[in-house]
Design a protein around this ligand. Structure first.
Ligand SMILES: Cc1ncc(COP(=O)(O)O)c(C=O)c1O
Length: 387
C-alpha cells in the first residue's frame, strides 16, 4: 500500500463527485430523478461560440502548446468586456490571468497568499474550495457565519483581535453560492477599507456575475476606488455563457497577485487549448440580448421555485442573482435528513445547506438548472410528500 500525504489524507471527498454517483445509481435502478442539485447550466453555450471552437480546432497550429498566460487577444477581449460591464479599465497583460475555470484560481490564490499557520477568513456557508485552498498550504480556516438576519454578509467586527492579527486572506462571494444573497456598494467599500486597515487580501469570487434578474446588476469589488491594492476577483464563463465544460475563468485585480498566480500556474499546467480561448473571445463579444434572453429563462424558473417553495412551507427569499433558491427546511428535519428523505421519497435531489458548512443547517439549496416542466414536477412531488 502506498503511503499517502497528510494533504490527501485530510482531504474530504468532493461532495458533488459523490452526489453524481448517487444520482447515476438511482437512475440505473429506474427512478425518474430530478436533480436540482448542481449549478451546472442545462442551457447550451451560444451557437457562435461552438462554431468558433470547431473552426479553431481544425487549424493544426492550434494543436501545439498554447501560451502559458493566455493569448493577448483573450486578455484584450476580457478587458473590453470588463470595462463595458463595470466601467473599470484593466491593463490586459498586467491585470488579467486566464484560468482553466475559476475553481483552480481560487485554490491558487490561497497558495499564493497563505503560509502554514496563517488564518484564512472564510464566510460559512462557503464554496468548498475556500477551505481546501487554505488547508492545503497549512493555513487555518476561521469561519464567519453568514446569517439571514445580516443579509448573509459577514460580521467583520466580530473577529477577535488575535485572530485578525494572524489573518491574511478574506474570501467573499457575491452573488453568493449557496445563499443567493447579494452585497451592495457600502459593504464592498467597508470591506476594502477593513482589508487595508488589517493588512488582508480579499479574494472576491464572482462566478455568478451575469446571472441576474429584475433591475438588479451585481457590482465588481474593483469598482471601489483603490480596491485593486488589496483585492483580486474571479470571473467565470461557466455560468455567464453556459460554458461550464469549456473551463474558462479569469483572475483580475491586484497585479502583483495576478502575476504570482501566473508564476505558480505556469509551473503546474501549460495553458488553455487555443480553440477554447477563441471560443471565449466569441462569448465575451456576444450581444447583450443573448444574456437578456437567457436570464429571462432563469427568471421564470426562479419565480416558479420561489412561489412553489413558499407555498409548501419552505420559506425562501426572492433571489435577484445567481442560480439558486436558498430555502428553509420544514420543521423537524436537519438539512441532510430532509434532503435524503426527499430523494428517497420523490427522486428530487436537492443539496443540504450543511454541505456548504455548519451555518447552512436548516436550509437546502435548490438549483435553477432544469427546465420549467421538470421544476413544476419536482414541486408537485415535494408538495405531495410533505402532505
Ligand atoms: C461560488 C463558485 N465559485 C466558483 C465556482 C467554479 O466555477 P468554474 O470553475 O466553473 O469557473 C463555482 C461553481 O459552481 C461556484 O459556485
Amino acid at each position: 500500500m502506498v503511503q499517502l500525504s497528510d494533504l490527501i489524507n485530510n482531504l474530504p471527498p468532493y461532495h458533488f463527485a459523490s452526489a453524481k454517483k448517487k444520482i447515476a445509481d438511482r437512475k440505473a435502478a429506474g427512478v425518474d430523478v430530478i436533480s436540482l442539485s448542481m449549478g451546472d447550466p442545462d442551457l447550451p453555450a451560444p451557437r457562435r461560440v461552438i462554431e468558433r471552437l470547431c473552426e479553431a480546432a481544425q487549424d493544426t497550429e492550434n494543436h501545439r502548446y498554447p501560451e502559458y498566460f493566455g493569448m493577448r487577444a483573450l486578455h484584450e477581449a476580457f478587458a473590453a468586456w470588463f470595462e463595458r460591464r463595470f466601467d473599470v479599465r484593466l491593463t490586459p497583460e498586467r491585470d488579467i490571468l486566464p484560468l482553466l475555470g475559476s475553481k483552480e484560481g481560487l485554490a491558487y490564490v490561497g497558495a499564493a497568499v497563505l503560509n502554514a499557520g496563517d488564518i484564512s477568513l472564510i464566510p460559512d456557508p462557503y464554496y468548498p474550495v475556500y477551505i481546501t485552498g487554505s488547508t492545503s498550504v497549512g493555513a487555518i480556516p476561521y469561519m464567519l457565519p453568514l446569517r439571514e438576519q445580516n443579509g448573509y454578509l459577514p460580521d467583520l467586527q466580530s473577529i477577535p483581535a488575535d485572530v485578525l492579527a494572524k489573518a491574511r486572506l478574506l474570501w467573499l462571494n457575491y452573488p453568493n453560492n449557496p445563499t443567493a444573497a447579494c452585497a451592495d456598494r457600502a459593504f464592498f467599500e467597508y470591506t476594502v477599507d477593513f482589508a487595508r486597515q488589517h493588512n488582508l487580501v480579499i479574494i472576491h469570487d464572482m462566478a455568478y456575475a451575469e446571472v441576474y434578474f429584475d433591475d438588479y446588476r451585481p457590482m465588481s469589488i474593483l469598482q471601489v476606488p483603490g480596491a485593486s491594492e488589496v483585492a483580486v476577483e474571479l470571473h467565470s464563463l461557466s455560468k455567464t455563457y453556459n460554458m461550464a465544460g469549456f473551463r474558462v475563468g479569469m483572475l483580475v485585480g491586484n497585479a502583483e497577485l495576478v502575476n504570482a498566480v501566473g508564476r505558480l500556474k505556469s509551473n503546474i499546467d501549460s495553458g488553455m487549448f487555443r480553440p477554447v480561448q477563441y471560443a471565449a473571445i466569441e462569448a465575451l463579444n456576444m450581444p447583450a440580448s443573448w444574456l437578456e434572453e437567457r436570464n429571462a429563462i432563469y427568471r421564470r424558473r426562479r419565480d416558479l421555485l420561489f412561489e412553489g417553495c413558499n407555498a409548501i412551507g419552505m420559506r425562501a427569499h426572492k433571489t435577484t442573482a445567481g442560480l439558486y433558491i436558498w430555502a428553509a427546511v420544514p420543521g423537524g428535519y436537519t438539512s441532510r435528513d430532509f434532503a435524503n428523505w426527499l430523494f428517497d421519497t420523490t427522486g428530487v435531489f436537492l443539496t443540504p445547506g450543511t454541505n456548504f458548512g455548519d451555518a447552512g443547517e436548516g436550509y437546502v439549496r435548490i438549483s435553477m438548472t432544469a427546465p420549467e416542466e421538470r421544476i413544476a414536477t419536482a414541486l408537485k412531488r415535494m408538495k405531495e410528500a410533505l402532505g
